[in-house]
Design a protein around this ligand. Structure first.
Ligand SMILES: [Zn+2]
Length: 90
C-alpha cells in the first residue's frame, strides 16, 4: 500500500508481529492452544503496536456483540472488516 510514510510501522517485516497479527482472530476466538496463546499474549504485552491492535479489536468486538443483538447493518460490519483488513495488510 502506498501513502502515509511519516509513521513507519515497526511491525513491518517482523516475523513475530506477522504471526501475532495473523493469529489475532484465532486468539480472540479462543481457538489456539494454551502454548500458542501464551506466545501471542507475550508478544502483545511487549509490542505496543500489536497490543494496540489487539485492544482495538477487543473493543470493536464488544461494540459489535452489544449492538448486533439490535441491528448493525451488514454493510457497516463489512466496512469495518474491510478497514481492519486494509490496516493489517498495510
Ligand atoms: Zn508486534
Amino acid at each position: 500500500m502506498m501513502g502515509n510514510t511519516s509513521e513507519p510501522d515497526p511491525c513491518e517485516g517482523n516475523p513475530d508481529c506477522q504471526q501475532a497479527l495473523a493469529e489475532l482472530y484465532s486468539f480472540l476466538d479462543g481457538e489456539l492452544t494454551v502454548q500458542k496463546r501464551t506466545v501471542i499474549r507475550t508478544h502483545l504485552d511487549l509490542c505496543s503496536p500489536c497490543g494496540d491492535r489487539y485492544t482495538f479489536e477487543t473493543e470493536l468486538r464488544q461494540v459489535v456483540s452489544m449492538r448486533c443483538q439490535e441491528k448493525v447493518p451488514d454493510a457497516l460490519r463489512a466496512r469495518i472488516a474491510a478497514a481492519l483488513q486494509a490496516e493489517l495488510e498495510r
